[in-house]
Structure formats: structure tokens, C-alpha cells
Design a protein around this ligand. Structure first.
Ligand SMILES: [Zn+2]
Length: 383
């Protein structure tokens, strides 16, 4: 694992920084009380963090009930550095630069890109240079980059990518030759789950389902991302939902993503309507107008998805299942419809919702990885 540019932070320092990042602005007295560390120790750590320009003093808070001087408040200096997030989609490259609190500085979506291992390094180097040239000077500069991969990732290595051929491609090593900050790669559905978790601190157990060209899930159990022995866990696109069903790229038959992926329903819609230009919003408009073809396709997608959701709940018993896809964002009652198709046992034990951070959720998950690594905080919440 990479170390960050501030060196290794000691435990109390990590705790103080974590509380300021997640609960700030706070006074030194608030910190002392919340952490249970004496005021002298808190003040010494705060002094060091201010000198490092990681936190800053911001105005005056309210005085306590007992009266006395109004305290100076402390918060994260969010412009002390920047994090880069990249979503390497099947046919697009989406990028975002974040402040250190995870908020967006700028975003650039490049649609209709061919993703190939022979050209991707040069492409990404050019794109990243372009989006970072105008960044203002900051104490830490770029603190890291996290790239979402639509495939299986384990220990910062690509294991399997069904849509673009990146098998055994050392993407991180190739990029590391061009940039001097830590670079992480992670499965896109796992990043989705990290963003949902960072946005909702009450969700200790959750599963996020990402439906695009394929279908994948990110699993958080007891506040920790669960990736399994070698990164395969959450590959619910290959959960078999129909015995001897449609053949799949994985070698199996009847896999979920051969019935419920957006690519499959869009391809079928194009074929049945003889309109090769149709896009997801066209399918949605037809569905909203009660078009028979669109209604049947969405209903079919829901049928298989509900089987998978039921299976996931019986395995992990999450508090929440959050769905992330273009079609689920467009259909207002998508989560409710899915829930009504679940058997009694699982329906009564689950909240199904749309992913909190919408279209950009995966990029925010990438920011969580980069920023938590840089700040070395045990917990990082998105505002
Ligand atoms: Zn499969």
C-alpha cells in the first residue's frame, strides 16, 4: 500500500483529523470532549495539523452555556489538495476532480471512447494532464487517483474485464510511470457501495447494485467492503437466475446480466422496434407511455432482477439495497416496483432505494478511496 505525502500519522492525530473532517467545524474544547483526550494534547495535534495546512481556523463559534470566551472553530482545509476520480466505462471515460472533502471541483465526461489496452495509458495521461493544468496551487497538490474498472479487481490488479480486454494488463504500473501520486483501481460496483456508505453513516450493512452493460454489486458488511478471496464477490451479473438459460460470456447459462442488463434490454428494444439509434431515455419514454414492447422489456428485467435481489438478501441481510442505473433513475417508482416482487421473507426485511449520489456515485466512491488513503482517517463521510 502507498503511504501519503504527510508521512505516517499517529493514532491520536488520525482520530482528531477524522472527527474534524466528519463532524467539523468544531472547537478544540468540542474535540477534547468528543475524543476523550485532554485539551493540551488536542491543542498540540491541532497546532501540527494547522502547520501542515490540513485544517484551518474558521471564525468564532458560540460560547458555552457557562459563558466565557467564544471558541475558534476548526475545519478541514478542503483546498489543501485534490483527488482525481476516473470511471473507465465500456465506451466512455468519466473524470472528476474533488476537493479533499469529496465535493466536486470539476468534471469531464468523454462519451463514445474506445477502451483498449494499447492506447488507454496514453489517453488517460493526456486527459488527466488536460483536466489538471488549471488547478490552483495547493499545499499537497494532487493527493491520488482512483480508477473505476468495469470488471474484477483484486489487490490493485485487474483480474477480468468482460467488455474491454484488460486481462493481465498492468494499468496501475503503466500510469505510475507518468504520475507521482498513489493510483488505485477498484471495481465500479464496489466504489458505488463505498459512496453510498460514506453518504449514509447509519448504513452498516448494504448492497449496491450497478446495472449498465453488465450487472454488479458492491457489498458492505459491518462497515467494511467485502471483496471475497480474490475479488469475485458481488459479481451478481453471473448469478444464475434461469436453469439452462441464455449463454453468457462467463461460460455459464442463465446469468442475471443476460436478462437484466441495460445493454440487453436496449439491444432487444432496438431490434423489436427496428430502431438502432434508440437510447435508454427513448425506452423510458415508451415505457411511460404504456408502449407494449417497452413495458414487457422492463417487466422482464424486473422479474429476473427481483430473483437476484431476493438471493442477495438471503445471503447478506443488508439494511439497504441501493440500485444504480440509468433506467432506475428514470423510472420514478423503480425501487418500490422491485420490492413488491420480492417474496414475503425478504420484502419485509429490506429498504430498496435508488443510489444516493445519482449518476456520479461511482466517481464519489473513487474519491472516498483516494481521500481516505491520503488523510489516513478511519472513517470518511461524504457531505
Ligand atoms: Zn455469466
Amino acid at each position: 500500500m502507498f503511504t501519503n505525502r504527510t508521512g505516517i500519522r499517529e493514532a491520536n492525530e488520525r482520530t482528531v483529523l477524522s472527527v474534524i473532517v466528519n463532524d467539523g467545524p468544531l472547537s478544540r474544547a468540542n474535540l477534547s470532549e468528543k475524543i476523550g483526550l485532554n485539551k493540551a494534547s488536542v491543542s498540540a495535534i491541532v497546532k501540527k495539523l494547522i502547520e501542515q495546512k490540513l485544517i484551518k481556523e474558521v471564525g468564532i463559534g458560540e460560547s458555552t452555556l457557562q459563558g466565557g470566551r467564544k471558541p475558534i472553530m476548526l475545519e478541514l482545509n478542503k483546498a489543501a489538495g485534490f483527488a482525481i476520480s476516473v470511471d473507465l466505462g465500456y465506451d466512455y471515460i468519466d473524470t472528476m476532480i474533488h476537493y479533499l472533502d469529496g465535493t466536486i471541483r470539476n468534471r469531464k465526461l468523454l462519451p463514445f471512447r474506445t477502451i483498449e489496452k494499447t492506447t488507454i495509458t496514453a489517453d488517460l495521461v493526456t486527459i488527466i494532464q488536460e483536466i489538471t493544468t488549471k488547478l490552483p496551487k495547493s499545499p499537497f497538490g494532487i493527493v491520488g487517483m482512483t480508477i473505476a474498472i468495469h470488471g474484477i479487481v483484486h489487490n490493485n490488479q485487474i483480474i477480468f474485464t468482460p467488455a474491454y480486454d484488460f486481462t493481465d494488463f498492468p494499468l496501475v504500473e503503466e500510469l505510475a510511470a507518468n504520475f507521482d501520486y498513489p493510483i488505485f483501481i477498484e471495481n465500479e460496483a464496489n466504489l458505488l457501495a463505498l459512496s453510498e456508505h460514506a453518504k449514509n453513516s447509519a448504513y452498516h450493512n448494504l448492497v449496491c447494485i450497478s446495472i449498465h452493460a453488465g450487472v454488479g454489486a458492491g457489498i458492505i458488511t459491518n462497515d467494511t467492503l467485502y471483496t471475497g478471496e480474490n475479488g469475485l464477490s458481488g459479481e451478481i451479473g453471473h448469478m444464475i437466475v434461469q436453469a439452462n438459460g441464455n449463454p453468457c460470456t462467463c461460460g455459464g447459462k442463465g446469468c442475471l446480466e443476460t436478462y437484466s442488463s441495460e445493454k440487453v434490454i436496449l439491444d432487444t428494444y432496438r431490434e423489436l422496434t427496428d430502431n438502432q439509434e434508440a437510447i435508454i431515455p427513448d425506452l423510458y419514454r415508451a415505457y411511460a407511455a404504456n408502449d407494449a414492447i417497452a413495458t414487457k422489456l422492463i417487466s422482464n428485467m424486473m422479474d429476473y432482477l427481483s430473483i437476484a435481489v431476493h438471493n442477495v438478501i438471503t445471503l447478506y441481510n443488508p439494511k439497504v439495497i441501493a440500485i444504480h442505473s440509468e433506467i432506475s433513475r428514470l423510472i420514478p417508482d423503480f425501487p418500490e416496483k422491485l420490492r413488491t416482487q420480492l417474496p414475503h421473507l425478504t420484502a419485509q426485511n429490506i429498504e430498496i432505494k435508488k443510489a444516493s449520489l445519482g449518476e456520479e456515485a461511482i466517481l464519489f466512491g473513487a474519491a472516498v478511496v483516494t481521500i481516505s488513503n491520503f488523510l489516513e482517517v478511519p472513517k470518511f463521510e461524504l457531505k
